[in-house]
Design a protein around this ligand. Structure first.
Ligand SMILES: [Zn+2]
Length: 57
């Protein structure tokens, strides 16, 4: 798995530790499932769509 960094200034994702804009990048926290998290509702919705697509629901 490759490391991906995110610029703290322009929020651009890059593989480099220093962004093209010259700012230091930070490693975002790994995405993991958390119902209360920011991505919770979106991910749940995506999952439901997946089930619908498979004809499970
Ligand atoms: Zn930048």
């Amino acid at each position: 798995m490759r490391h991906i960094f995110r610029c703290s200034k322009c929020s651009k994702y890059t593989m480099k530790e220093i962004c093209d804009c010259g700012s230091r990048t930070i490693a975002p926290k790994p995405l993991k499932y958390s119902p209360g998290g920011k991505l919770g509702p979106y991910r749940r919705k995506a999952k439901i769509s997946e089930y619908i697509g498979r004809g499970v629901l």
